[in-house]
Design a protein around this ligand. Structure first.
Ligand code: SF4
Length: 287
């Protein structure tokens, strides 16, 4: 299996961003997000491990991809998850990538990325996406037990935004867990220095749905009704009913407009609401 793979190889018609390569230094992820979509298709997902011969293989594969390609790091595991402190694979990867002409997008929910600031400054074409789902530390501790707290993520946004565009992924919107925080989150993220917000609603898959209702039994009836009875099945996911989804997403959009932040949705079928491309690629100079 190559390290550099096509992003969205299934070419979902809900995916409206440009073609790009995807790269994950790690297999699995120890952030243990209850809503994680990747955990259903990777064995022992929360027992993260570094990819075998990662650096040697990466050097070989990079020679084969066209200059100025889009490259996203990472989509099915966090590149700055705790194991990075020990293995430094993402750091080593960035050391290599700084000498390549690529448009790089890092996606993380870890403040550990701040440790690489000096190195990241050397990458010419870079956009960083930091995921923030709540400002409530006790909710974050439950929802993303192995990840950094919201205050640490906001601090990381501020540090990084001084030298590179930062996008906040307010993602997923989990009704009604974090949807009462929309206005506050948008304001805080703007104050921290982000340039855009990307959002999407939580989609149920059997394993993430079981984790969610086990950890939030008080919402079991609501989620059973909204997802299992009234939800929309799309591929392997169950979406919230369309009206509720649109309503939540429009709320985020309006708050972004009020705060003069760019806005986009991801895989919702509402791309007409976007003010910028849905993956942050608008921030790169156009060829
Ligand atoms: S950080 Fe991403 S890959 Fe890791 S557990 Fe959370 S949602 Fe899954």
């Amino acid at each position: 299996m190559p390290l550099l793979t096509a992003f969205d190889p299934w070419q979902s018609n809900l995916c409206t961003c440009p073609p790009k390569f995807s790269l994950s230094p790690y297999t699995g992820c120890s952030h243990r997000c209850l809503y994680c979509y990747a955990s259903s298709y990777i064995r022992n997902f929360s027992l993260a491990r570094g990819k075998k011969d990662f650096i040697d293989r990466l050097k070989k594969e990079l020679k084969k991809i066209p200059p100025n390609s889009f490259l996203t790091i990472a989509n099915s595991s966090d590149p700055y998850q705790p194991l990075e402190k020990k293995l430094h694979l993402t750091h080593a990867c960035m050391e290599i990538l700084k000498d390549f002409d690529l448009r790089i997008m890092i996606v993380t929910k870890s403040a550990l990325i701040s440790q690489d600031l000096e190195l990241l400054k050397k990458i010419k074409k870079l956009v960083i996406c930091i995921t923030l789902t709540t400002l409530k530390e006790n909710l974050a501790e439950k929802l993303e037990a192995g990840a950094d707290l919201p205050s640490q993520k906001l601090k990381a946004i501020t540090q990084i935004a001084k030298f590179v565009p930062v996008i906040c992924r307010f993602d997923p919107l989990i009704y009604p867990l974090n949807t009462g925080e929309i206005k506050n989150i948008v304001k805080k993220v703007k104050t921290a220095g982000a340039a855009q917000i990307i959002t999407s609603t939580y989609k149920a898959k059997p394993d993430n749905f079981n984790r969610m209702i086990k950890n939030f039994p008080e919402h079991k009836d609501t989620w059973t009704d909204l997802y299992l009875k009234k939800g929309e099945k799309r591929g392997n996911y169950i979406y919230l009913p369309k009206d509720l989804r649109r309503n939540l997403i429009e709320k985020v959009r309006q708050c972004c407009i009020d705060e003069r932040l760019d806005f986009s949705t991801c895989r919702e079928g509402f791309s007409s609401l976007n003010t910028k491309i849905c993956d942050g690629s608008s921030f790169f100079p156009q060829p």
